[in-house]
Design a protein around this ligand. Structure first.
Ligand code: GLY
Length: 356
């Protein structure tokens, strides 16, 4: 078992290992929690029931709360239904919510916990690679509204995160590929060893019996260090948005039919060209992006002819401040800066480099 500590305002541990059911039960008992609500999506009904059984066998009361699949779970209407259920079951401040699932569920469960009685414990049990290395760690929670994705939310740190490596074997390869984009991102911004692993043997980087468990631990360690220092994105945490400015624009243009990691992959490629255009990184590092992303099956190119639409989406990105589009850019592997004054010509040049 690997344990990574997150030392933010409310310190907690991320545990990475096999068959973590017993560890989750031990944590719940140790914290004196008598009642938990397990929020999960329909495909995870069986593991949710299994965890419920393990908890009940030690006299923990469990309420199973199924929510709609994927992003359909992240609505205020679903939240309200869950809060109603917590009310019916007399959930108090001493009780806890468990988010069992992918990023949509961990975001939702965190927000439900943040709102109930102004904040009860949430234990995150991510089951997708993307949720393991990103969504479940760091305390960002939220839902989508008509105004946009994740615009309503709260910083609410989990009490613990349990990453069960065995779940990787149940995931479709597209899910592993998408999650790899966030791992590669943490490599480029903070951990050169991650980049070495992908350059050495990208096939093993997608295998649960290969480098993948180590890569998850390294990626979580990067995220843990970043959010320990800057929970509320006042500075360092922004580096985690590498590849996301252009990536979010692609997601919007594709009506969210692209997996998040796929869009972030193209976004990193765009950011690499932009940084090269600025003289921040050399052509070799741009090529390293292309090689690594392609080696795991991520896109490095986007269709030509959509610059205006993507530019307009980037100008509306929620991460912008003072009307400037903000990009995280590399100055080398493991070192970052921010570009806030990119000209339209520079952005066009980066787009041309990935589309023509
Ligand atoms: N996914 C970026 C962050 O947690 O800040």
């Amino acid at each position: 078992m690997t344990i990574i500590k997150v030392n933010g305002p409310s310190p907690y541990e991320v545990k990475i290992g096999h068959n973590l059911g017993e560890d989750i039960v031990a944590f719940v008992k140790l914290r004196g929690i008598d009642k938990v609500a397990i929020i999960h999506q329909p495909p995870l009904a069986a593991p949710a029931r299994q965890l419920a059984g393990e908890l009940e066998s030690l006299n923990v009361q469990v309420v199973l709360l199924a929510v709609p699949d994927a992003e359909a779970a992240k609505t205020l209407q679903v939240c309200e239904g869950l809060w109603d259920r917590l009310g019916e079951e007399n959930f108090s401040r001493a009780d806890a919510v468990v988010g069992l699932g992918g990023g949509a569920v961990t975001d939702l469960a965190g927000f439900v916990a943040a709102g109930w009685m102004r904040g009860i414990k949430v234990i995150q049990v991510p089951t997708t690679l993307l949720a393991m290395v990103d969504a479940a760690v760091g305390g960002k929670t939220g839902v989508n509204t008509a105004a946009g994705k994740n615009l309503v939310g709260a910083f609410h740190e989990p009490s613990a995160v349990f990453i069960d490596i065995d779940r990787l074997d149940t995931l479709p390869v597209e899910e592993l590929i998408s999650g790899s984009a966030e791992i590669i991102k943490t490599g480029f911004i903070h951990d050169p060893v991650i980049i070495e692993r992908y350059l050495d043997n990208s096939k093993e980087c997608l295998e649960s019996t290969g480098f993948l468990p180590e890569l998850i631990a390294r990626s979580v360690a990067v995220k843990a260090a970043v959010v320990s220092e800057d929970l509320k994105e006042a500075g360092l945490r922004e580096t985690l948005n590498y590849g996301h400015t252009f990536g979010h624009a692609v997601e919007l243009r594709e009506y969210y039919t692209w997996r998040h990691g796929r869009a972030v992959g193209v976004g990193m490629m765009f950011a690499a060209h932009l940084a090269h255009c600025r003289g921040l990184i050399d052509a070799e590092l741009v090529e390293t992006h292309r090689r690594i992303l392609e080696s795991v099956g991520l896109d490095t190119r986007y269709q030509p002819g959509h610059f205006d639409e993507l530019y307009s989406a980037m100008t509306r990105d929620k991460k912008n401040r003072g009307g400037h589009i903000r990009f995280v850019a590399l100055t080398g592997i493991g070192s970052t800066t921010r570009i806030e004054d990119a000209t339209v010509d520079e952005l066009r040049a980066a787009y041309a480099a990935i589309s023509e």
